[in-house]
Design a protein around this ligand. Sequence first.
Ligand code: HGY
Ligand code: MN
Ligand code: MN
Length: 417
Amino acid sequence: MDSSPHPALRIDISRLSSRLAELAAIGAIDGTEGCARLALTEEDKAGRDLVVAWMRDLDLAITIDGIGNVVGVMAGEIDGPPVMCGSHIDTVRTGGRYDGNLGVLAGLEVVESLRAAGVTPHRPLAVAFFTDEEGARFPPDMLGSLVYVGGMPLEEALDIEGIDGAILGSELERIGYAGVAPLPGLVPHAFVELHVEQGPVLEVEGITVGAVESVQGISWTEVEVTGQSNHAGTTPMSMRRDPGVVAAACMQFARELALELGGTQVSTVGRVNLHPNLVNVVPASATFTVDLRNTDEQLLQEAERRFHEFLAAAAVAENCTVETKTLARFEPVVFDPSVVDLVESTAAGLGYSVKRMPSGAGHDAQMMARVCPTAMVFTPSRDGISHNPAEYTSPEDLEAGANVLLHTMLSLSQSAT
Ligand code: HGY
Ligand code: MN
Ligand code: MN
């Protein structure tokens, strides 16, 4: 792969930091650096409007597709498929200001740095933000990029019901981002996503840049256990059919299963609802989610099998019934080795320490990898914290990541193949 045609070029970290701060002010979580912009909420709309305005200021050719993905293109010396970067600007409820936002705003910073230097890339460059990457309100995660690459029909995605009962397509219309650009979307020449690691590895090892080789498999299941609501005071323990007890046993089992399987296996019960959720009522039903992940597909399937066996037995023991629904299921993804090599050599060429590593979190890049050569660039997360308003990456590390993105994209834009 060609090296960058403008090796001395650098991004402007104060410009990038002020954009990150301005976007983080939308949905800001009081007293923290973080923000809450669940997909397709008013806060998400306001964030989208701000980023689209920045794209316009940079004279990008902007398209919005039927699931609300937004792509801004900077013309190159030649026409044809762009070198694309991007990520997401929706957040979880306890979001940090870097998760997703960094990859989009660093893309704008790449464009602005080229414009300021009077450089026209050989191939066009594109900056994208994808709808509902978090999947926290409307599962699955990476929904917008999944639809972008043709992994889910648009009609199916528009019908998804959120955890608050809203319908995705109606929310998209309501916020004015139901676009007309065709789906599946334009296939880029290549795709590179800059993202904070959201884990502890780079910081613990004192390394500045991660050249991400893969994303682990993801399995999300929603479980509804149904028993019998009853009086908390009068119902003898022998007569209870308490779904809350089944949910609690499953939460504990999920933790024990991950510890027993070891390796990269992780498990999380992140959402739990009892109905009617009242102090003096044995619950009628318990609804909860289980998130299982592993870099190894076979081990992930074993974890799923073991969990569902335990769930079935626990429900029978409590004389309850169970319904499960798969919210997300993505196998592990391996990125294009030549693009991973380029990220690694670009980082080293810029004088940054760099290591090859897997991603524990899901990313839009894992969907783009289905259609074009793709890789990711990681920057360290302080204390490995993310999905938490305390999420933090230093300006020096942000600058390093954005410079690696700049020169990786320039090399890809220049490359013959
Ligand atoms: O769930 C994930 O890994 C990502 O934050 N959507
Ligand atoms: Mn993210
Ligand atoms: Mn996230």
